[in-house]
Design a protein around this ligand. Structure first.
Ligand SMILES: Nc1ncnc2c1ncn2[C@@H]1O[C@H](COP(=O)(O)OP(=O)(O)O)[C@@H](O)[C@H]1O
Ligand SMILES: [Mg+2]
Length: 313
């Protein structure tokens, strides 16, 4: 069974690419055939983290139809079972993909024969970021414990939620529902977006039911990186509670990763942190949170629930 985990966050520098590369190594070390895809189109650097300074092929070769299949852009890394589609030589056009190009990439990704596919989604709330979360219900969001980073992640989750609902309705209905929700929630502290599914259900019970099911299937995960001793260790739980309360979306806090200066050293030396410093707290944090995510995935696989979402696109 294939598992696709888009991994992103609201802010650059929070450790998304670091997490993708280390999760990739850890999954591969456990014998899982894993592919990392660098879809951070404007700031691709995953190749550097796995010490491939000059990848001979990359995602834009597929986007620009230099090759026919996405398969042809895959590169082996020095870790057994770990593969990469690099974004290294993406030209400027690639960072502004049109929707149909994105769909083509997403469809092709779902056809690749890998057990785990990790997408390095990058930062921000542009369509380039949000659309890559449409592929799976198992998005991972990375933040630091700083309020600015948390705020950006909340904004990103909100945009993904908005986009998921948006694509189920025609433009006119969507506009009028948004207006109605805005009026309804004007005086309350509730995020007006959370009222939208109820309003749709009132007007169009069938569509409302589909949206309700779609939202129920979401199983997001939150990682807080660069955790320092003075940070509240339960901040992640509070954040997940907030997402549930204001948006009604399930998000599980899978763990803190401690701040460690040696991560900088590992990046500088282009070695995998988890292999070079396996005995550190941060490495143990990554193993633990990865195992937690594997457990959730395996439970969902047993229930037959984990599925990709490209048909919605
Ligand atoms: N837990 C951590 N402790 C210390 N430094 C970290 C940690 N996580 C990431 N970093 C540092 O932050 C830098 C930026 O991380 P990166 O993964 O490239 O960010 P992003 O992809 O989110 O923009 C890394 O190169 C590393 O030096
Ligand atoms: Mg990055």
């Amino acid at each position: 069974m294939q598992h696709i985990w888009p991994i992103g966050g609201g802010k650059g520098g929070s450790g998304k690419s670091f997490l993708v590369s280390n999760l990739g190594v850890w999954l591969a070390m456990q014998g899982k055939k894993t592919l990392m895809v660098d879809v951070d189109l404007g700031a691709a650097n995953l190749h550097t983290l796995v010490n491939i300074p000059y990848p001979e092929k990359c995602l834009s070769d597929f986007i620009n139809k230099k090759v026919d299949t996405l398969d042809e852009t895959i590169i082996e890394t020095s870790t057994d079972n770990l593969y990469l589609i690099s974004g290294a030589n993406n030209n400027l056009d690639a960072s502004n993909l049109v929707y149909s190009q994105k769909i083509r990439v997403l469809r092709a990704i779902t056809k690749l024969p890998y057990e785990y596919i990790l997408l390095d989604v990058g930062a921000g709330t542009s369509f380039n970021t949000i659309d890559f979360y449409m592929i799976s219900d198992y998005g991972v969001f990375v933040s630091t414990p700083e309020p600015t980073s948390i705020e950006n992640v909340y904004r990103l989750i909100r945009s993904v939620y908005f986009r998921k609902i948006r694509q189920m309705l025609n433009q006119q209905d969507f506009k009028s529902i948004i207006e109605q929700a805005g009026v309804l929630c004007k005086e309350s502290s509730i995020d007006y977006l959370s009222a939208i599914p109820f309003l749709i259900k009132d007007r169009e019970p069938e569509t409302g039911k589909i949206i309700e099911l779609m939202l129920q299937n979401i199983q997001y995960r939150l990682v807080l990186n660069q955790h320092r001793k003075r940070d509240n260790p339960n901040l992640g739980f509070l954040m997940c509670k907030m997402v549930k309360k204001y948006l009604g979306i399930k998000m599980e806090f899978v763990g803190n990763i401690h701040f460690d200066e040696r991560i900088h050293d590992a990046v500088r030396k282009k070695v995998s942190f988890i292999s070079r410093y396996p005995y550190t707290q941060a490495a143990s944090d990554i193993r633990e949170l990865c195992n937690k995510m594997l457990l959730i995935s395996s439970q969902d696989s047993i229930a037959g629930d984990e599925h990709v979402q490209v048909h919605h696109l």
